[in-house]
Design a binder for this molecule. Structure first.
Ligand code: 5GP
Length: 196
């Protein structure tokens, strides 16, 4: 998605050659017009698959997931990272290792919001080593739901999450795949090489 690549080049800040900071449009301040276009792009790529719900993870997956859900006309469920008194005690849970925080945390989703009748599209902001998405796939599996695909806003192609998920036979659509990045330069995988 050319527009997204341009915004990443203009606003992205590379930290230690491994972490891309995109607080200007996705992780802190959100650009609604860009999110709307991201939602349209995911909806286009996953159309005709009888998706019943989107599953994402709080907090940074919510914006792209909501715009995708809006375009597809389906509800969005986000897995929670913290226990709170207002989450139903009947939950599916999975343990995830956080790439950015380098610690483990539990993600949970209430049993009443996903079930075996669901065809889920999983959406997240970043794909690094694939642990967050794997955790969401586990929640879906526990609920007996079907995962029709994974939509990622920014995949870091030099980390192994994309390979891991594609080797599991799951369809992964990433709107921008970063091939290499440094403080000086961010380069993207070309469209024709994306399916590898
Ligand atoms: P994974 O579980 O695939 O290793 O990492 C994905 C999760 O970690 C995403 O949900 C995202 O929040 C966070 N993440 C991983 N890499 C980056 C990055 O380079 N920049 C930002 N902002 N978040 C990242």
């Amino acid at each position: 998605m050319e527009l997204l690549q341009r915004v990443i080049k203009e606003q992205g800040i590379v930290i230690d050659n491994e972490v891309l900071k995109v607080d200007g449009f996705l992780n802190h301040r959100i650009d609604p017009k860009l999110m709307y276009k991201i939602g349209e792009e995911f909806a286009q790529r996953f159309k005709g698959l009888n998706i019943t719900k989107i599953l994402t993870l709080e907090s940074s997956g919510i914006a792209p997931a909501v715009f995708t859900g809006f375009t597809l006309g389906v509800p969005v469920v986000f897995a929670k990272k913290n226990i709170s008194r207002n989450i139903n005690s009947e939950t599916y849970s999975s343990c995830v290792h956080s790439f950015t925080k380098n610690k483990k945390y539990i993600i949970r989703v209430s049993k009443e919001y996903i079930d075996k009748a669901d065809n889920l599209l999983i959406i997240d902001d970043f794909l690094a080593n694939g642990q967050a998405v794997k955790g969401m796939i586990e929640l879906a599996t526990m609920a007996g739901a079907n995962v029709v695909g994974i939509g990622i806003v920014i995949e870091k192609g030099f980390q192994n999450g994309g390979t891991l998920l594609r080797e599991m036979g799951i369809r992964v659509e990433s709107l921008a795949i970063i091939e290499e990045m440094s403080k000086e330069k961010i380069s993207f995988r070309k469209e024709e090489e994306k399916k590898r």
